[in-house]
Ligand binder design. Structure first.
Ligand SMILES: [Zn+2]
Length: 127
């Protein structure tokens, strides 16, 4: 059993234990960098979605038409309500995505812990 050769973000040596022939833990293994990037980008740091841009355009258009007198206030109010409903739906979808990602990370951690427990059991000096 050896320690990961990686360095944590704060500059300290990583304390995760790794099994030979591995020299780095999952987080520091270069092979997983693409996966880590994908996990990070799923974490709410993405740029505005196409739907969000479409909603902006629709709201701008509705506002301009009401102000110019081309659209009656009543249909405009209904359109505003529908946009509000859609925003709540988007928020709901975002929460579901976030939850999925958290569950995925949790499962990874559980697998890591289980793997560490198994390797501890194989130590010749363990009780
Ligand atoms: Zn590490």
């Amino acid at each position: 059993m050896a320690l990961c050769l990686g360095t944590k973000r704060n500059g300290e040596r990583c304390t995760a234990s790794v099994e030979a022939p591995l020299t780095h833990c999952w987080w520091h293994d270069g092979k997983n960098s693409e996966q880590r990037k994908r996990a990070a980008s799923r974490g709410g740091k993405s740029k505005p979605s196409r739907v969000s841009r479409d909603l902006h355009k629709l709201l701008e258009d509705l506002t301009a038409r009401v102000v110019a007198g081309h659209l009656e206030p009543y249909p405009a109010a209904v359109a505003g309500q529908l946009v509000g409903v859609r925003l709540r739906l988007l928020e709901y979808e975002r929460r579901v995505r976030e939850q999925d990602e958290l569950v995925g990370r949790l499962e990874e951690l559980e697998e890591q812990i289980a793997a560490e427990k198994n390797s501890e059991g194989r130590r010749p000096w363990s009780a």
